[in-house]
Design a protein around this ligand. Structure first.
Ligand SMILES: Cc1cc2nc3c(=O)[nH]c(=O)nc-3n(C[C@H](O)[C@H](O)[C@H](O)COP(=O)(O)OP(=O)(O)OC[C@H]3O[C@@H](n4cnc5c(N)ncnc54)[C@H](O)[C@@H]3O)c2cc1C
Length: 437
């Protein structure tokens, strides 16, 4: 059975998907990649360009997972300040190694948006790419200390990021609901489904093979190789990359439990009127706030507002999640009560325990890269390159991320219940703080 694409603005307006088939027969490859999202396809592109024989498989079609569903914000700043990251890693790897990893990681992260836009240009990927910057702003005074630590930390690390006062934030966003903020100038946006399809096209052109509608059901070792078996065929490969992120299943035991798949909902409004468009993000930056239950939004090429926040039900939003999104939209733009939504859909964000992306090597010859915590458009694109480097033999110690053991979330199997309970509580906290500006 084919997995249907969500009824999203991106699926409705994307460039056509390169043609791919279901896997049949018993095939061989140097590297087999599970997952045809940004991570898997970037890895496939890098490896194919080096003459490596690569096969990518996805249970759905290209971009079926988060890569075809996201907000399309291309962000070069991680969730934690560099100093916080260094401290976390120092506890695990000692001061010296943690400092080296932090420097490499922050440099890679700060360059992630530029890396994506350069890739788009190099491969002529038509995906409405715009590099106009990203505004992040505080929803209430309680968020200011952590916000300022982040701003200073990333400025000290060399990020192209500037402080904005509340008046500047209001002028640039058109929202009267925020305090101070920052603009990260290297950031931007893409039409994510067109981008992921463009990456697939580039990987195919470089020589990769992509199979769709093919769930890999088992992964077994056969002497020094790995056999990936689907209902309709198999691949025997020297190396394997698992690029399954928030859609990880039980293919590699323990991998899915390293992340919590948090639902994020996206809503695309009708095309904005001239008055709305002049007021809302007139310079076309992207926007995200400091709420625990984040609001994030941007304008599309055709001048719709795409607005996102957390969901609690499932990837197909129920009435309560729809109401939650509409309420968020009105909180941010109370002056436009007439805003109507044409499309609403959801997807899974892979949240890690330390809010950092992870590379794992669960067995010899197998790497997994996941957990960009909702900031994976740029960073998953980079992750794919890092996995390609790892599988080609780059020493783990040279990577910008430590190769970590898979650490399961405690009580993982109760995560859906946890989300249902926590989201409303966190929304109440956010709402209370937003009144204290
Ligand atoms: C609603 C939403 C909004 C977001 N907004 C933003 C944003 O604005 N900016 C940002 O930076 N990030 C955002 N993100 C995060 C970003 O989309 C992800 O980090 C990124 O797309 C992850 O890419 P990926 O290739 O690692 O995984 P995915 O794109 O999720 O791909 C994983 C693929 O693995 C496949 N798969 C899983 N198991 C198997 C199997 N056994 N066999 C075959 N195939 C399998 C799935 O079918 C899936 O297609 C958002 C995410 C969501 C869900």
């Amino acid at each position: 059975m084919k997995l249907p694409l969500p009824d999203s603005l991106w699926a409705a307006t994307a460039n056509p998907c390169p043609e791919t088939q279901q896997l049949t027969g018993d095939l061989t490859a140097d590297v087999a990649i599970v997952g045809a999202g940004f991570t898997g396809l970037r890895a496939a592109l890098e490896l194919s360009q080096q003459g490596v024989n690569v096969i990518v498989v996805d249970a759905g079609q290209v971009g079926w997972g988060a890569s075809g569903r996201n907000g399309g914000q291309v962000n070069p700043i991680a969730h934690e300040a560099p100093e916080t990251i260094q401290k976390k890693w120092a506890k695990l790897y000692g001061e010296k190694q943690a400092t080296e990893y932090t420097e490499r990681f922050t440099n890679v992260y700060m360059g992630a948006a530029d890396e994506l836009f350069a890739l788009v240009k190099k491969h002529n990927i038509e995906c409405s790419a715009e590099q106009n910057g990203w505004i992040r702003s505080v929803h209430g005074s309680a968020a200011i200390p952590a916000f300022e630590t982040m701003l200073k930390g990333w400025q000290d690390a060399g990020a192209d990021i500037e402080a904005l006062d509340a008046a500047q934030v209001e002028k640039m966003s058109g929202s009267p609901s925020y305090g101070q903020g920052w603009i990260a100038k290297r950031a931007g946006s893409v039409q994510p489904m067109s981008y992921v399809r463009g990456l697939a096209g580039a990987a195919l052109e470089a020589g990769a093979t992509i199979y769709s509608d093919t769930r890999i059901e088992t992964l077994s070792q056969e002497s020094s190789q790995w056999k990936l078996t689907a209902a309709t065929g198999s691949i025997t490969a020297d190396k394997v990359l698992l690029c399954t992120n928030g859609y990880s299943d039980q293919l590699m035991p323990g991998l899915a439990e390293t992340v919590v798949p948090v639902i994020s909902i996206q809503a695309a409004t009708q095309v904005l009127t001239e008055a709305q468009s002049e007021a809302i993000l007139p310079q076309r930056q992207t926007f995200a706030d400091t709420r625990r239950v984040i609001f994030y939004f941007k304008k599309t090429a055709e001048n719709r507002l795409v607005f996102g926040s957390a969901g609690v039900a499932d990837e197909i939003p129920d009435a309560a999640d729809r109401a939650r999104i509409m309420k968020g939209l009105q909180t941010v733009y109370p002056q436009f009560p007439e805003l109507k939504v044409d499309y609403i859909w959801g997807g899974r964000i892979a949240v890690t325990q330390d809010h950092l992306p992870h590379i794992h090597q669960p067995a010899s010859g197998i790497y997994a890269g996941l957990g960009c915590n909702g900031r994976g458009v740029a960073m998953s694109t980079v992750m794919g390159r890092l996995l390609a480097e790892a599988v080609m033999g780059k020493a783990d110690s040279e990577l910008p991320l430590p190769v970590t053991a898979m650490k399961k979330y405690p009580f993982h199997r109760f995560h859906r219940t946890g989300i249902r309970l926590l989201v409303p509580i966190k929304e109440l906290q956010d709402g209370y703080e937003a009144r204290l500006r």
